[in-house]
Design a protein around this ligand. Sequence first.
Ligand code: DQQ
Length: 573
Amino acid sequence: MAISCVWLICFLSLFLGHGVLDQLEASHIVYTNVETLQPASPNQTYRTSYHFQPPKNWMNDPNGPMIYKGLYHFFYQYNPNGAAWGNIVWAHSTSEDLVNWTPHDPAIYPSQQADINGCWSGSATILPGEKPAFLYTGIDPGSQQVQNIAVPKNLSDPFLREWVKSPKNPLMAPTSMNKINASSFRDPTTAWLGPDGWWRVIIGSKIDRQGLAILYRSKDFIYWIKANDPLHSANGTGMWECPDFFPVSTTSQSGLDTSMLGLGIKHVLKLSLDDTKHDYYTVGTYNLAMDRYIPDSGSVDGDSGLRYDYGKFYASKTFYDSVKSRRILWGWINESLSEVDFVKQGWSGVQAIPRTLWLDKSGKQLVQWPIVEIETLRTNRVDSPSTELKGGSVLEISDVTAAHADVEISFGVSEFKHADALDPSWTNPQLLCSQKGASAKGGLGPFGLLVLASNYLEEYTAVFFRIFQGQNKYVVLMCSDQSRSSLNQNPDKTTYGAFLDVDPSQEQLSLRSLIDHSIVESFGGDGKVCITSRVYPTLAIEDGAHLYAFNNGTEGVTISKLSAWSMKKAQIS
Ligand code: DQQ
């Protein structure tokens, strides 16, 4: 039965793959033949123990995260009928700790002309009087993208199970007057309130290859007026999806309410690039008088700019946790399987562990760290005393459930004379990581972790550092090499990488990896670089998974700290 169903899916995808209902945009094609297919026996092998995912079907962007009456709410783009993108509603779960979740019925689903063809991404704003409101993108009968509002039906229900939409929807729409591109106008941010009493919100858009954050203003949150100029724009970036705009403190790691302005505050603008599926951000200044955002010099727009995560992490969104005074980031870990394979699997998409984020003391980049609550799942701690890891050696970290674990390791380097020289033309870290993967011996490195590794290393994902001698400083490269992650040829195995702004002659090189069956979420340099990989091992599953520290450089390094924990299962679905 399972075999015939698999065959049927492959047949339909291969031969009827052009059965496209509605050609919206490259990333939003509705394949009518697969959007409602349910496999006879969904594959549970790669489901996660503690990363958020629904029991089955397709999930993509995080939507409207917030805290209300002490309860965390999480909404997400969801297909209730199948494992491919389509039929999009806002699914809803709540949690007391951002770790264990209770599912509820979808909060928003097509029910009005203004969203009859889909309820796409949007954000929550907490209005005065502790009243949440969603602004979200609806797809109208003409497939135009418009912006709508929904509010809770009953504010005394802490679960906010029912939401009502305004009969005034859409509140913002493309017209012949405003010349907005009707198929590129989506994903409103959390709104912010200026001292002048006007609410502001931005919406992602483009004109040709120029990405735009279209600005609207409102006094009453219902009647919105488009500003003449966007809050920000950049040439050559393509469509800006899921913008996020928020203040960060220059003096503390605490988060700030989205409307905060003033001394000791900088702003961050994050954009999701539809063309490359990368979330990049800049750090800069918000000029309220002009309603313009100006990135700091050196903070670059586009694909070569800073990213929240250099692996699979997209359409992310932050919210301000007013109870714990922190800003929390949610992001969608998209698939490395092909559509045929994830439809066969019966589910697709996982959410990254929520991360607390703040401005680094350099003021030039953000730092991210998994929410502290995730540590409640840690069990059976294993520690190792300081150890020399000789060049060419592998050390097993045993007595942890290596398929679902949390590991923190730090490396000390005292001798740099064998560091390889950095060629000035090596400016693309991802390319460098793919050319110099875990098996390419260097002077200082590669050293790091082999996770989701099989007993004889037929399979592993390597998360590691290399240290180069740059012109006037040491340059640290961090990589997540998944080229050997699976004997299965099908999943995407792109190697990821980034340069890490840490001086290894002054500081230890720290690495933390959250391992969860098919996810490896890694934090280098105490959260300065994050890389998330989506892998599908065939041998390194459950008890067949192992965890190792390795050094494939010629020079030895010291493991100055090593702690690993087995991770308990969270209650999610
Ligand atoms: N996903 C939503 C859009 C958004 C895109 C549709 C980003 O609103 O632009 O599911 O992944």
